[in-house]
Design a protein around this ligand. Sequence first.
Ligand SMILES: Cc1cc2nc3c(=O)[nH]c(=O)nc-3n(C[C@H](O)[C@H](O)[C@H](O)COP(=O)(O)OP(=O)(O)OC[C@H]3O[C@@H](n4cnc5c(N)ncnc54)[C@H](O)[C@@H]3O)c2cc1C
Length: 284
Amino acid sequence: MYDAAIIGTGPAGLSAALNLKIHGKKIIWLGSKEICEKVEKAEQIMNYPGFPGSTGSELTEAFRRQAREMELEATDLMVNSIVSMGDYYALMAGSEFVEAKTILLTTGITRVGTLERETELLGRGVSYCATCDGLLYRGRTIGVISTSPRFEAEVEYLAGLAEKVYLFARYKNCGVDLPNVEIVREIPRAIKGENRVEAVGCADGTKYAVDGVFCLRTAIRLNTLLPGLETVDGHIAVDRKMETNMSGCFAAGDCTGRPYQYAKAIGEGNVAAHSILDYLAEKG
Ligand SMILES: Cc1cc2nc3c(=O)[nH]c(=O)nc-3n(C[C@H](O)[C@H](O)[C@H](O)COP(=O)(O)OP(=O)(O)OC[C@H]3O[C@@H](n4cnc5c(N)ncnc54)[C@H](O)[C@@H]3O)c2cc1C
């Protein structure tokens, strides 16, 4: 059992991971292995103290160097779902099952376009995890909605099981090239079906008949990720200790609200780490 599971490898997650590691806590840090990917995109940074006028790549390299020197490594997995087990949390990350006494959400801004009826049909043909549910679709026809080339190995795994895959690749230069995978460029809008998934409906009115749909995205809607989590205007509601409405669950960075800036993300990651230390000490 981990002391803390940190979800998200941006600046907020890094700041918390550094502080918890310094305090000798057993942590797992989940998200893209290429930490601080968003920071890399900044052309020039004027508002982060100590790095005047540096580029996003320079700041990213400084963050990555510090993580390496502290022997902090991210586990390259997206967290699909989190369940509160009372005095600890259970997380599904890819095919991994993780248990932690506390969790810290540093998932950034989640502009996630959930499809119409996706939530209602979750578990009835809609899945977020290829490894968990792929075997259910052996010899069947499935749709895969993927937002990143990161998921191509999962698509190939599914193609090895299913008879036919409609791949709705929502990114450029898709590298999947298999005889039973048809790459669809129409924009998926809805999952059709009353009690079970029957088809994927597209913006132009086209329908693709499928037995199941895998939604593989780099971000998951917060209330899908952790049912019961309180949000306000799409951000996680937190108190000054960065604790959410759920005991032992903390949040930091862009996901808690504006301003969307490094200094706030890093400061909140630091506060959250210290609150986690207090929480663990109190629970014994
Ligand atoms: C082009 C650009 C320029 C910017 N310039 C500046 C600037 O000059 N100054 C400034 O202060 N700020 C700037 N920002 C804003 C800054 O990048 C953000 O405020 C900061 O990155 C927020 O850090 P974070 O850790 O909260 O979230 P993020 O950096 O967004 O990191 C969140 C991470 O969590 C991951 N994640 C989400 N869901 C899951 C899940 N279920 N499982 C695992 N991982 C998950 C995401 O993939 C992401 O890697 C800029 C942003 C952009 C896009």
